[in-house]
Design a protein around this ligand. Structure first.
Ligand code: SF4
Length: 395
């Protein structure tokens, strides 16, 4: 039976990390009340607001089995506003029997009272932005917490009763060395999180550090960013290290103790429906993708006037859906089931892809076993290049 994921975007942070390429911003806390109220209003009026943009409301009939509050730093909203959103969710959505309810938390942003309030509103998974356990690296990228704050948050979360914790780590931060990266991994697994996400710093125009790496400068420590060889070695070392500690790599950047894979994130890779609420949130109902206004004030103005916050809506053709099936599904270690594609889009939907699949398999970039196709782990570092092969259907 189809189920629904709900994503709630909270685009506020206490400070902006130099490596961050998300659309989060530092705002006065006085905006949190208005923003939480706007999200609740969006929930309350969703069918009517969606109809104003010709988006069918059937998605709301699906039982919710995952909620993810991300950003940003959602815990900044505080217990009162978060609990308000939690209540609105339960009131307005078809709440499933077992909901994976995740909230992202930055060390230092959630005390024991808040953790208890989160548990009370049904949150059962914390995704903690540790990033590194080296205080020099943390300071260099503008994080406001120390490694010991991360350990304290994990301790408090356990004491409060959380049984499902995820830690984020990043390879490629300024001043990171092989030794310090290994130390971060060791410290992370010592805390025994059920889930670890391991990302690589992307030196692109979307972050201040990335821009400095590309264009030069010395404000954000770009000169101390390790090179490409380090990234590749760190990623491979991290994968091996985590495997040795019993974590199963189920996606290019994600590792979990068996049974603790992120139900919510799996929806993105399997083209399952999800509803996004909040400024800049994205949604997908199986056939169309839409996104809300990313500008917080524009989002607030729309909701204030009971207007639809949706800015862009695109109905995907079957061809586009098959392309997404490949470049999202192949992120998973299990890859894609070609039979599912035939069932969903018709027997002929894969014909244009047969030559490409055969070519990538010959070149060692894809493993095809019967009706399954997946990336070999040694190709994970080249995944972006491989996915490029799937963004346009061959003529
Ligand atoms: S706390 Fe997270 S979302 Fe906020 S700036 Fe840092 S990395 Fe980005």
């Amino acid at each position: 039976m189809a189920t629904l994921g709900v994503y709630i975007q909270v685009p506020f942070c206490a400070s902006k990390c130099s490596f961050c390429n998300f659309s989060s911003r530092v705002e006065r806390s006085t905006i949190y009340r208005d923003y939480s109220g706007a999200v609740e209003r969006e929930l309350e009026c969703w069918p009517r607001l969606a109809a104003m943009r010709a988006i069918p409301a059937e998605i709301l009939l699906l039982p919710v089995d995952s909620v993810y509050m991300g950003g940003g730093t959602p815990t900044l909203l505080g217990a009162e506003h978060l609990v308000g959103i939690g209540h609105a969710l339960r009131e307005r959505m078809r709440w499933g029997a077992e909901v994976e309810f995740t909230i992202e938390a930055t060390p230092g942003s959630a005390d024991a009272d808040l953790l208890r309030a989160l548990l009370g509103m049904g949150v059962n998974r914390l995704s903690i932005g540790a990033q590194t356990f080296d205080d020099v690296e943390l300071r260099a990228v503008g994080r406001l917490h120390s490694a010991s704050d991360t350990a304290a948050l994990v301790r408090h979360a356990r004491q409060a009763g959380f049984c499902n914790l995820s830690l984020d780590l990043i390879a490629g931060l300024p001043y990171q060395t092989r030794e310090s990266f290994r130390h971060s991994l060791e410290q992370a697994v010592k805390l025994r999180p059920e889930h670890v996400s391991l990302y690589l710093f992307e030196a692109d125009e979307k972050s201040r550090l990335g821009r400095e790496v590309v264009h030069g400068g010395d404000r954000y420590h770009a000169g101390a960013v390790p090179g490409d060889d380090f990234m590749a070695d760190a990623y491979e070392f991290g994968c091996e290290f985590l495997a040795g500690e019993g974590y199963v790599q189920y996606e290019i950047s994600n590792f979990a103790s068996p049974g603790f894979e992120s139900r919510h994130n799996i929806k993105y890779w399997r083209l399952a429906p999800y509803l996004g609420l909040g400024a800049g949130a994205h949604s997908f109902d199986g056939a169309r993708r839409w996104s809300n206004r990313a500008d917080v004030l524009a989002y607030l103005r729309q909701l204030d006037a009971w207007g639809p916050p949706v800015e862009v809506c695109h109905v995907l053709s079957a061809t586009e859906q098959v392309e997404e099936f490949f470049f999202l599904g192949l992120r998973q270690a299990c890859g894609v089931d070609l039979n599912q594609a035939r069932e969903r889009w018709g027997a002929a939907c894969l014909e244009p892809w047969e030559d490409k699949i055969a070519q990538l398999s010959r070149e060692g970039f894809l493993i095809r076993e019967g009706d399954h196709a997946r990336l070999p782990p040694k190709a994970y570092l080249l995944s972006n290049e491989i996915f490029q092969e799937f963004v346009a259907t061959p003529a």
